[in-house]
Ligand binder design. Structure first.
Ligand code: SF4
Length: 372
């Protein structure tokens, strides 16, 4: 992989210098420029041209080196990261959460049961513990949990011993920088931190949160606390989503508080943050409501409108598909206040409903409904 443009590559090929081999076609392409363009798109390999400069070959060899290996344990993928900051591209594999179950300790079955039953849903993901590290006399008996179980084996990862918080954090950052910035093979193995038992779960949670951000590929906990793991998994989900792909929810009609024929009807786009902001407010209303969520590639309302993903035609189709004209007496659709300029256009496209302009901010919905 290289970040060089076709023109930058071309400068290293014979045709740019009128050197030996110029446009000789031995690479399978009609000209050096054609080959350069293919290389830039990673659609050809540098080895096809025997005349390329040694400097160019070195650049490509370096580009082919992996920053960090990706290791698979059971069905858990760990590592494979190649950037320092999520917004540079994206992080690849979420920090795996592993829990130690020591079968020589009392109450290990109860702990195991809680791990097994632990499951939370955030946005569209169902999140569970990734891995169990089973120890002790009965370790081999822990199977069929729906979670990867590792029994007293040597992990194919490098442990960063948790010393003081500061030293551990520094080691994690140093290791990732070596792997990503220098592609140093001595630091290319994914790393984990083993967090010992503590009575202070807040402190444990704070340390673990930092290690998720920078740069543990796996965290192994002696303690299993549902609230703490939920917090960490929610943070992890935020860090490890691809910043180029907006989080979205399914475009459909959502119901709140058992809506009946007197229910209110709201409308918004399928951008996850918008949806959850509105959904929380609708849940808190003491009346039933429907929320029509339109397909908009996960864009917020104004972005969707400017990208023509929230047009009167798209909205009208969503309203018709929702089939609410027969379900509600109160034929009003409350649209986001930010789309007030579309009111007339929407009214024309959806003649069965009165289009009402709602609030700019979701937290104002409750007061808006009282005034309505
Ligand atoms: Fe140019 Fe090399 Fe291809 Fe020959 S083999 S055409 S020198 S790129």
């Amino acid at each position: 992989m290289t970040e060089l443009s076709g023109l930058q590559i071309f400068k290293h090929l014979p045709a740019a210098k009128k050197g030996e081999g110029t446009n000789c076609k031995k690479c399978g392409f009609p000209t050096c420029m054609a080959f350069a363009l293919k290389l830039a798109k990673n659609q050809a390999g540098i080895s096809l041209c025997e005349h390329a400069s040694s400097e160019l070959k070195e650049i490509f060899e370096y580009g082919m080196k992996k920053s960090q290996q990706e290791i698979t344990i059971g069905n858990v993928k760990i590592g494979g990261e190649n950037v320092l900051y999520r917004h540079d591209k994206t992080f690849i594999n979420p920090t795996a959460i592993a829990i130690v179950v020591d079968t020589d300790k009392p109450n290990w079955q109860e702990k195991l049961e809680r791990i097994k039953n632990f499951e939370i849903t955030r946005i569209n993901d169902t999140l569970k513990v990734d891995l169990i590290w089973a120890k002790g006399k009965h370790a081999e008996t822990i199977q069929g949990m729906g979670v990867t179980v590792v029994c007293d084996e040597k992990l194919p990862l490098v442990e960063i011993k948790e010393d003081s918080f500061q030293k551990t954090a520094e080691k994690l950052v140093f290791t990732r920088e070596k792997a990503v910035l220098e592609k140093d093979e001595n630091y290319s193995t994914p790393v984990y931190v083993h967090l010992e038992h503590t009575e202070d779960l807040n402190d444990l949670c704070a340390r673990a949160a930092y290690y998720i951000c920078k740069y543990a590929n796996m965290l192994m906990f002696e303690d299993f606390d549902e609230a703490m793991i939920s917090t960490l998994m929610t943070l992890r989900q935020n860090i490890f989503t691809d910043p180029q792909k907006p989080l979205k929810v399914e475009a459909k009609v959502y119901e709140f508080n058992n809506p009946d024929e007197n229910a209110l009807v709201f409308l918004t786009t399928n951008f996850a943050l918008t949806y959850f902001a509105v959904a929380n407010e609708l849940e808190a209303l003491n009346t039933g409501s429907y929320l029509i969520v339109t397909p908009s590639d996960g864009m917020s309302v104004l972005t969707a409108w400017s990208a023509e993903k929230f047009t009167a035609q798209i909205v009208a189709k969503s309203v018709t598909t929702a089939g609410l004209a027969e379900k509600v007496k109160n034929k009003r659709i409350i649209i986001p206040g930010l789309l007030a300029h579309m009111q007339d256009e929407l009214q024309e496209a959806i003649p069965d409903f009165e289009i009402v302009v709602g609030t700019n901010e979701a937290y104002l919905i409750s007061d808006f409904i009282k005034a309505l």
